[in-house]
Design a protein around this ligand. Structure first.
Ligand code: AR6
Length: 211
């Protein structure tokens, strides 16, 4: 049972469209690095469409032509130019992602990732979900995006269990953010249960802590 929806609140951490610093909530942010680039991983709550990251990630479907959930919110906030840009992409395979500009969003780019539909766990769902996060970080490198915000891909309409998805997300980001030059990663949580999961995971040992 989900409680304490924060859907109408501004993000409580990370940068907002007015550039104001927000208070950090919950556990300390995780930091990882390779000696040259340091990457900060944060759990934030709120609406991803309000974030002024270089790139925000959309939880899209294979058509890339919009839908409900965060996909619908992103299309509404970005304006009709986004759908026109998506039409030119000819869809996207599950586990992959494609980029468009952010148009009327505060974010410069939108990376449209297609997560797997949860079918019980025996249909390559974990690998496909990890692939979404990795591909978005590759897109960040290709578009010189140093900050990126992810929703909890596949955990809404697609039914992926929230904790399992968060573990995959954090693992994939810890492995791939720094090599792709990404300095700030926000995991944007739309409900309090998801926020608690990410806070707990980010408080655990990261790559640099294990060395
Ligand atoms: N900001 C941040 N997170 C959000 C927002 C928001 N504005 N709105 C919802 N979430 P979902 P999926 C959270 O269903 O499971 C669409 O129709 C939500 O609470 O958006 O990957 C697409 O077109 C959940 O934690 O995406 C596809 O057909 C997370 O975002 C299908 O849904 C993902 O929920 C994709 O399903």
């Amino acid at each position: 049972m989900k409680t304490g929806s924060v859907s109408n609140q501004k993000p409580t951490m990370g940068r907002c469209e007015n550039g104001a610093a927000r208070d950090m909530i919950g556990a300390r942010p995780g930091k990882i690095g390779d000696g040259r680039t340091m990457t900060e991983l944060r759990a934030v709550s709120g609406d991803i469409t309000r974030l002024a990251a270089d790139a925000i990630v959309n939880a899209a479907n294979t058509s890339l032509l919009g839908g409900g959930g965060v996909d619908g919110a992103i299309h509404r906030a970005a304006g009709p130019e986004l759908l026109a840009a998506c039409r030119k992409l000819n869809g996207c395979e599950t586990g992959y992602a494609k980029a468009t500009p952010g148009f009327r969003l505060p974010a410069k780019w939108v990376f449209h990732a297609v997560g797997p539909v949860w079918r019980g766990g025996g249909h390559n769902e974990d690998q496909l979900l990890a692939s979404c996060y990795r591909r978005c970080l590759e897109l960040a490198r290709e578009h010189q995006a140093r900050s990126i915000a992810f929703p909890a891909i596949s955990t809404g309409i697609y039914g992926f269990p929230a904790r399992r998805a968060a573990e995959i997300a954090v693992g994939a980001v810890r492995a791939s953010a720094t090599p792709n030059g990404v300095e700030e990663v926000d995991f944007v949580c739309f409900d309090s249960d998801t926020l608690l999961i990410y806070e707990e995971l980010l408080a655990g040992p990261g790559e640099s802590d294990r060395q």
